[in-house]
Design a protein around this ligand. Structure first.
Ligand code: SF4
Length: 118
């Protein structure tokens, strides 16, 4: 009888530890998925809309030297999402585009070509 109690006790403890282990694994897995699922958005948000690796030299020059694009405009009344040249970000994306300035464009960015949305 005593042996049976100790076996039951062992089984209970084993099941409890297993349940805790499965719960912890599920929690860690969920955390990982959350980070991975929004990876591109998070990467864009962290880096801003500054990846110009796909642009040609003239496009980069237009972006930096001619238009003087910046990721965050100093005047909240003159930012890209209020500009008629702004191309809105696709659903879930952090960066939009621009008809004139190539590359990713932050909605709260600006440049010296800003033109009020009609
Ligand atoms: S023209 Fe300049 S301010 Fe207007 S959307 Fe393009 S980058 Fe932004």
């Amino acid at each position: 009888m005593r042996d049976q109690f100790s076996r039951r006790s062992f089984i209970r403890q084993t099941v409890s530890v297993g349940a805790v282990g499965i719960g912890a694994a599920a929690l860690l897995s969920a955390c990982g998925k959350k980070e991975g699922g929004g990876g591109k958005k998070k990467a864009e948000a962290a880096a801003g809309c500054t990846d110009v690796s796909g642009l040609t030299a003239p496009e980069k020059a237009m972006r930096t030297t001619t238009s003087k694009y910046m990721d965050v405009g100093p005047d909240p009344a003159k930012v890209c999402d209020g500009c008629q040249l702004y191309i809105a970000a696709k659903a879930g994306a952090a960066c939009g585009g621009c008809s004139v300035v190539k590359g990713p464009i932050a909605p709260k960015g600006t440049c010296n070509l800003w033109a009020k949305k009609a």
